[in-house]
Design a protein around this ligand. Structure first.
Ligand SMILES: NC(=O)c1ccc[n+]([C@@H]2O[C@H](COP(=O)([O-])OP(=O)(O)OC[C@H]3O[C@@H](n4cnc5c(N)ncnc54)[C@H](OP(=O)(O)O)[C@@H]3O)[C@@H](O)[C@H]2O)c1
Length: 231
């Protein structure tokens, strides 16, 4: 399996590189020129294409011949970075490739997600302030996901809860909608978010799904497991 990791130098990206190498995959990483050194620990084990992730030529080169593409969607800046990145991957990945994108719970696919007033207020206020400061554009991440959901590629959009560092707790559990009690704990180890992304490459049940994930050992996941009969 040959895969491309778009945004490989970030925290999530580096965990995904490790999981992919552990599985014996051939890995091509994409990151900004200034971040190439962050991938030094993988020197000789992965190939790196340096450049902006929304540069269509960079993505075309990086995803050539790949069976899967893992993309870290970040709403940074106000130059359509997320939607530009997503569009480049959608357009240039080979037909039939597995495409897995990361984002947060704030993205909704069908409008049936339930959010607390706190989350709604945070997204509204912080989102507006961050956009005004030209730091973050949450609307562009929404647009990126709208395009992914509308595409006929083999996509999965993995929606992360709040994140923390720490040892793996195993593969996160998931639900189609936030507000589902299984997700109440709202915390996932970053290493396990990465694990879910990499495992999704081989899980066809996740094609055309937007799973909202939560840590496997969190109280809400454990409580749900205790009340769910084994298959
Ligand atoms: N943080 C959270 O609590 C949280 C919660 C839920 C979901 N998520 C999702 O998780 C994913 C990764 O989140 P993370 O917090 O773990 O971040 P991360 O892995 O550290 O990723 C940040 C990414 O953004 C890039 N980046 C940073 N500054 C940039 C700039 N000015 N222009 C362009 N690219 C820039 C980084 O590249 P360089 O290495 O080049 O800097 C890196 O690839 C995202 O999809 C996010 O929506 C995060």
């Amino acid at each position: 399996m040959k895969i491309c990791i778009v945004g490989a130098s970030g925290k999530l990206g580096q965990y995904m590189v490790r999981h992919a190498l552990d599985r014996g995959y051939e890995v091509v990483g994409v990151c900004r020129e200034r971040s190439v050194d962050k991938l030094g620990a993988f020197k000789g084990r992965i190939s790196v294409v340096a450049g902006a992730t929304n540069d269509r030529e960079v993505i075309a080169r990086a995803v050539a011949g790949c069976d899967g593409v893992l993309t870290v969607l970040v709403p940074l800046g106000v130059d359509n970075y997320s939607s530009g990145t997503a569009q480049a991957v959608l357009d240039h990945a080979r037909p039939g490739a597995r495409l897995v994108f990361s984002c947060g719970w704030h993205i909704t696919r069908d409008g049936l997600d339930v959010y607390s007033w706190k989350v709604k207020a945070l997204v509204k206020v912080v989102g507006r302030l961050a956009k005004l400061a030209r730091l973050v554009d949450l609307d562009d991440q929404v647009e990126a996901c709208r395009r992914i959901f509308a595409s006929d590629t083999r996509w999965t959009v993995v929606r992360g809860s709040d994140l923390e560092e720490g040892d793996s707790q195993g593969l996160p559990v998931w639900s189609r909608h936030t507000g589902d009690p299984i997700l109440d704990s709202n915390i996932t180890r970053r290493v396990d978010f990465a694990l879910f992304m990499v495992e999704a490459l081989r899980n066809d049940e996740l094609v055309h799904e937007a799973p909202a994930i939560v840590g496997r050992q969190t109280p809400s996941a454990i409580a749900h497991a205790a009340t769910t009969p084994a298959p």
